[in-house]
Design a protein around this ligand. Sequence first.
Ligand SMILES: [Zn+2]
Length: 588
Amino acid sequence: MSNHYCQNCGQRSTTIFERKASDFPRNYKGIQDRNIAVCQRCKDCFEENENSLKEILSSDHKNKLILGGPGTGKTFLFKNIVEDLPENSNILVTTFINNLAEDLEKRLSKISNRRIEVRTLHSFCNSLLRKIHQYEYFPELPIIIRHDAVLLDSAFKEKDFSRTFFNLEKEEETKFYLSRSKYYNCVGHHDVIYRTFSHLNQNEGAIPQYSQVIIDEYQDFNLLESSLIELIVQKNKIIIAGDDDQALYRFKSASPEFIRKLYQDQQFKNLFLPFCRRCTSVLIEAADAFIFNAKKRGLLKNRIEKEFKCYWPDRFLDSKKYSSIFLGKFSADSVVSKYIRERVFSIIKEEEIQPSEKDEPEFLIVGPPRISHYLQGVNESLTKDKRVDSNIFKIEFKKESKSLSINEGYEFIKKNEESNLGWRIIMYKNPVDPSLEKDKKIIRKTLEGKSIADLLPERYMNKHKERANSISLEEVKSTEDSLSKKIKIKLTTYLSAKGLSANHVFVLGLENGVFPKDPDNISNDEACQFLVLLTRARKSLSLLSVNRRFNRKLRRRPIDNLSFFVSMIPSQFLEIRDNIRTSSFDNS
Ligand SMILES: [Zn+2]
C-alpha cells in the first residue's frame, strides 16, 4: 500500500504518521496544504529540531550560549529571536567575517519595527570610538608604525604590534604604538578594539545598552576581544553563538578556550542546534568519523561534545543522489585543473544549472594558501576555455594580498594635502631617498610633532600630488554587477572558505606536506580546518590529490602520499579513483 512509503522522503517505513504538509515543504510529492504521511525518521527529525528551537526561543536566561556545527541554522535562529522581541527593540548583532555580516544584514533587515545593527566587531568598535573623537581609520596602520620603528631604530622594530593588543600585554610597545597613531590621528585594525576595550573599561557608563546583543563566531575571539565582550555582558542581555570545532584563527591569538570557558560558566545557559540543513548525510557522517579519529590521535582535546545530525526531511534528495565523497588521485597538477573544468561542465549539464542571482556560488574551489599555483592553474584552465562565456559565468578569484598600495596614500592626500598618514604611506611605498637616510631624518622630526608635508622635498611632493590627481580612485574600485544572473564559480584559499558554502565543492592539495604540513605533527588548527572544508558542500564534495609532484621548488622531492586527513575518513564514505591521467577524461 502506498501509505507504507513516506510522502516526504519516499522511504519505505513500517510506521507512518499524519503531519501537516507545510512542515515538510520539500516533500517529493509536492503536497503543499493538507496532511501528508511521513516516516519515523522524518517525523523524529522534525520534532527534535522543533524542540531544540523552542528550547532556545523560550529560554529567558539573560546569557545564552548557542552551540551548533556548520550549517545548523544560526542565521535562521537569530532571525527568529529578533522577531520575538517587542517592537522598537534595539538589537546589536556582531560577527567576525565580512561575508557573514552581509548575509545576516540582508536577512535581518527585512524585519520591520526593530532597530537592528549588524556589524563586524571592528565596525562596532569604530562607530563607538568615532562618537568620542574624529580620526582616520586605516586597518594597515601597524605596518606603517612598524616601519617607523625601523626608521627610528627603535627597540620595537621587530615587534608584531597586533599581538601586543591581542593578548593585552601592557608594555612599552603599546605606548610607542599609541603615540605614533596619535601623530597620524589614525586608528588601525587591532587597536580599534583595544581602544574600545580600554575606554569602556574605564567608563562603565559608556557601555552601550541594547534590548538584545547577539555575538556570532565566538570561537574566533582572542583575549582582547573576549574581554571586551565581558564588559558588554555586564549591561546587556546576550546570546553568544559559536562552534569550537571551527576555531581557525590561532594566528590572531584566538583560542577556542574562550568559548569552552563560557560553556563551563554557570552564568550562561548552554543550548544546542543539532541539525545541519546544509550538508548531505554522507558529509555529516564523514565529519563525525573524522572527529572520532582525530580525538583518538589526541587532537581536538577538550572539545565541547555536541550532536551534529543531518536534517533528513530537507536533505534526503541530495543525500540519496550524492551518497559518497569523491576522492581523486591525479598524475599531475595540470590534470587536476582539467578534471575540475570538465567536471564543472558535466555537472552543469547533468543538473541543468541555470545562471542565477543568488550570491552563493554554485561551485567552490578551495586550495592551499601558500602554493598559489594550485588555484592559479584551475583559474587559467577555466578562464581560457571557450565555453566559459562571461555573460553566463562569473569566476571569482581574488589573490590574497595584504600589502599596502600607494593609492591608499593618494586617497588620503586628495582629501587633505597635509595628511601625515597619506604622506607616510606614500613614503613607505616610494622612499624619498633609496638609502632611507632622508626618510629617517623626516620621521625623527615627526617625533617633535612636525608635519610630514613641511619636511618633504617639494619635487617629491609635486610628483606625487600630480600622480594622485591623475588617478581616478573610483576606477580602482571595480563596480560589480552582482545583480546579474550568472553561474558563479569561486576560487579561494582554505582559510577564506570559512563561512562559505556551495552546491559543489572541490578541495585541492590533499597531500602530506601540503595539508597537513607535517603528518607527524598535525595541529588542532589544521584538523579544524579540514572539518570546515568537509562541511562546505550542499551536494557534492571532491577531494583531490596529486600522486607525484614535480615543480621548481619541490623537484627531486616528489610528494606522493595522500593527506593523512583523508585516511581519517572511513573508506565506505569514499568513491576512490586512482591514477587519473589526462587521457582518462579528455575525450569525454
Ligand atoms: Zn521520510
